[in-house]
Design a protein around this ligand. Structure first.
Ligand code: SAH
Length: 368
């Protein structure tokens, strides 16, 4: 997968061009909420549907382009509201443009990153849910930033709306993975708000099964997803099959150890009737031995699941290494006949720092 590529860096001036910026953003409001805003401006309720259509289905970047709204209304809207709050701050693209990491400046401070990934068969947007992350997983660059703040529903959605503008002409379909910066289930309400609009047929019309939520394993929220029967795909960042090792790699395991986590996953599978994915980073000598493979099969072998093996992506100095192809193959060969499905995911964009675990608002601190 790692073809030789050149990195294209196109930094941009990070400031918003609009002079009046106390304006509230409409992105993230549901159709009903938009209707209420418009009714408060003296408009008829059907304007809510029109506005949702412009903002979400069509992705209008300004009020002026909303051609079925009276000119005077467009001007009043522009005086009071804005569409989104993110400013493109910089981007890196592989030479073939198949992978693009885009940095967005937040209106307060800080930068979050999103990734546009494409293969000949599909396009996937990897979105951030928080600025920084408080879970401190040892192998993850975002974890090194420490806790930041939750993104709003609008800030999460805006990443998808902006990336959608980059689809090739005539192309409308894309997948979404909540695998960027942050822990999506720690920011539950905003993430569900964004995904609700993303999957709404009057919104962005992305089928729920094309949306994946990845989590470090927050048990109460996994149970809540099950309880609410949310039909998004669930991915669990597992990375170790014993409590001892997992607690070392992922401190969150001390709060929600494997037995609790697996119980929650079983409940989720039963309620939502969907298989889960377990993500398992392969780190040489740390979790890639045959003993680890055996334990992993014992832990999840009976479940309707997919194991997604991610060869470790380097995130700067440290003792972790990616295993050799032979070691990876040995691990796969052991799992393949013993679990429902196993795949190896070589992240796209390693060379531009856009791969799994590498997102860290690089533009904030300059290239590593
Ligand atoms: N907080 C969520 C969302 C982040 S997703 C979660 O942890 O699931 C990012 C995915 O990339 C997770 O599976 C994460 O464990 C994995 N990852 C993190 N650092 C990595 C690295 N250095 N190499 C490969 N994968 C990594």
């Amino acid at each position: 997968m790692l073809v030789k590529t050149e990195t294209v860096i196109r930094p941009q001036n990070g400031r918003s061009s609009h002079p009046r910026d106390g304006r509230e953003s409409l992105l993230g409001l549901t159709q009903d909420e938009l209707a209420r805003v418009l009714i408060a401006m003296g408009e008829k309720p059907f304007r809510g549907r029109q506005m949702a259509d412009w903002l979400y289905a069509r992705g209008a970047a300004d009020f002026d382009s909303m051609s079925n709204l009276p000119q005077s209304l467009r001007q009043r809207l522009d005086a009071e509201f804005r569409i989104g709050t993110l400013t493109e701050h910089g981007r890196r693209e592989t030479a073939d443009r198949r992978t693009r990491k885009v940095a967005y400046a937040l209106p307060d401070k800080g930068v979050v990153e999103s990734v546009y990934m494409s293969t000949p068969r599909r396009v996937t947007f990897c979105l951030s849910s928080q600025h920084g992350c408080g879970f401190a997983c040892r192998f993850c660059a975002t974890g090194r930033m420490g806790r930041g703040r939750n993104l709003s529903a609008g800030e999460i959605l805006e990443q998808a709306i902006r990336l959608r503008r980059e689809l090739p002409d005539g192309e409308r379909d894309f997948n979404v993975v909540m695998m960027g910066m942050g822990e999506p289930l720690e920011n539950y309400d905003a993430v569900m708000g964004a995904l609700g609009i993303l999957t709404d047929p009057n919104g962005m019309s992305v089928p729920s099964k094309r949306v994946t939520i990845s989590t470090v394993g927050l048990v109460p929220q996994i149970l809540r997803l099950a309880e609410e029967k949310r039909r998004y795909r669930l991915a669990i960042s597992l990375h170790a099959a014993s409590d001892e090792l997992r607690s070392k790699l992922m401190p969150v395991n001390q709060r929600f150890p494997l037995e609790q986590l697996m119980q929650a996953v079983r409940t989720h599978i039963e309620r939502v009737r969907q298989r889960v994915t377990f993500e398992y980073i392969l780190i040489e000598e740390i979790n890639d031995t045959m003993r680890d493979a055996t334990r992993l099969v014992r832990l999840v072998g009976q479940l309707p699941c997919r194991i997604n093996l991610i060869p470790y992506n380097p995130i700067g100095p440290g003792k972790f290494r990616r295993p050799s192809p032979e070691r990876i193959q040995r691990f796969v060969d052991y799992l393949a006949p013993r679990v429902a499905a196993v795949t190896v995911r070589y992240s796209q964009g390693v060379e531009i720092g856009a791969a799994c675990g590498q997102l860290a608002g690089e533009a904030e601190s300059g290239p590593r």
